[in-house]
Design a protein around this ligand. Structure first.
Ligand code: URA
Length: 198
């Protein structure tokens, strides 16, 4: 029987042996098992690795605020990532100083964790998987872009589960238009409606 300890060991093994690019630490999913809702993000950032928990940085604050607007708290949901390590980019500046920044995970990096994420989904056994952003969207559906399908329930017949795609909460930082905010807030209300019917 697979357990979260087992998942953690598998993640540790992959991260310890990953030599293709530098990484900035790793984390595992967080929240109850089983759970009716599983949120899946892209990959952890600096704060997540420091605090060893997904979605606790800036995007996490936005996420939690909207989660609360539909009457849910973090302790009722499971949240995890598509890539369990922090993908980083090292840039050497003119003065020779190296700066570390986040980058999206490559497809090969997402694939490293395919089996582990499938195992986590089976352990959590959610009624719905909510994907946050394009990386988990492509991992769980045939859609390529969140703009095509956000805010609607999609059935994945291969894993026999319902997927509800949402924009990544950090999209609000990049797109500050009133129309985008309204659409984002509407998607949370649509998720609330979907959950009532589950
Ligand atoms: N963004 C993600 O996609 N995942 C995290 O854990 C934090 C921010």
């Amino acid at each position: 029987m697979i357990s979260t300890i087992n998942l953690e060991e598998q993640i540790r093994h992959i991260c310890d042996n990953y030599k293709d690019a530098p990484i900035g630490g790793w984390i595992i999913g967080n929240g109850p098992i089983p759970a009716d809702i599983l949120f899946v993000g892209e990959a952890p950032g600096k704060t997540e690795v420091e605090l060893k928990k997904p979605f606790v940085g800036m995007a996490g604050k936005t996420f939690e605020k909207y989660l609360n607007t539909i009457g849910l708290s973090r302790d009722a949901i499971r949240i995890t990532n598509t890539c369990f390590f922090r993908p980083i980019k090292l840039t050497i500046g003119k003065t020779g100083r190296t700066t570390v920044s986040n980058r999206p995970p490559k497809t090969s990096e997402v694939n490293l964790f395919k089996k582990i994420l499938d195992e986590e989904v089976n352990l959590v056994n959610p009624k719905v998987i909510v994907t946050l952003g394009n990386i988990p969207l492509r991992r769980f559906t045939d859609y390529k872009s969140i703009g095509e399908c956000h805010g609607q329930l999609i059935f994945n017949k291969y894993i026999n589960r319902s997927i509800f795609p949402m924009y990544h909460p950090s999209a609000l930082t990049y797109n500050q238009s009133g129309d985008f905010l309204k659409m984002y807030e509407d998607d949370w209300q649509k998720l609330k409606d979907v959950l009532i019917k589950l």
